[in-house]
Design a protein around this ligand. Sequence first.
Ligand code: NAD
Length: 302
Amino acid sequence: MTAKLIKGTEIREEILSEIEKEVKEIKEKHGKVPGLVTILVGENPASISYVTLKIKTADRLGFHEIQDNQPADVAEADLLALIDKYNKDEAINGILVQLPLPKHIDEKKILNAIDPDKDVDGFHPVNVGRLMIGGDEVKFAPCTPAGIQEMIIRAGVETSGAEVVVVGRSNIVGKPIANMMVQKGPGANSTVTIVHTRTKDLAAHCKRADILIVAAGVPGLVKPEWIKPGSCVIDVGVNRVGEKKSEKTGKMIPLLKGDVDFDAAKEIAGSITPVPGGVGPMTITMLMRNTLKSLKYKLGIQ
Ligand code: NAD
């Protein structure tokens, strides 16, 4: 059997055009567009490329966007003052601080200073709490888990009553996606197990999964014999395992592999996400959707 590919690149385009359409409608009716500020501290090349992509996407959607670059030695107090400024800025609906921050800055303090109603990354403790309560209480689900759930829904995978096994218990992927899948509602109502480095028999848990979500950061961790035939496999892992020549530019680019042995797994699973081109493109997409949501909450049109 060859699994159906769940392509994040295609789902991204679908969602971005939905957002673009809604942005136009809101602009016509209310004269407002979503406003997003990205704060980048220092010149970490990976952070620069993430921020550039976020800005480009926001631009394409007709958002008001500000890229606020700060030097690597910016004082913590100055960064807090900057966040305060954007918290009060009526034209800004989403504040994103690109992580990691330099060592002299307390990351937690910075993230907690963001107004929870502008926390489009969904990392503020208030939003983590809202996600735990579920239902109408949720304002911003964190972007990668939100993207995973959206892919599962759009791929038409049944989640109600499904055995979901999540490999990994991080605050940005494992714990929130497990929490989301157990809630009442569409794309959820699942029976969820979280497994991690201290789990006794990882294989036994994975083998019962109707939906297996893997976010461990270990290339090829999940073996083909751990996959239940016909199941849905969501591989969140992005691991640099070497370099390869780009077909487009001829330049050397990172060779990326997921946490699942894709070639073997696709012969067993019913549906599967590739790496790259699977979960990856969904994160920025959901950031854009959260920023739009933030404006809609403000306008009372949710
Ligand atoms: P993390 O290192 O914070 O957490 C990894 C989790 O996996 C831990 O809870 C750990 O207990 C578990 N784990 C690690 N090795 C294991 C093993 N051998 N057996 C069982 N459990 C194990 O990582 P993270 O931030 O959650 O990211 C996980 C992966 O997802 C990484 O490859 C990361 O690059 C990728 N990621 C991708 C996106 C995206 O595509 N948009 C976003 C976030 C993370």
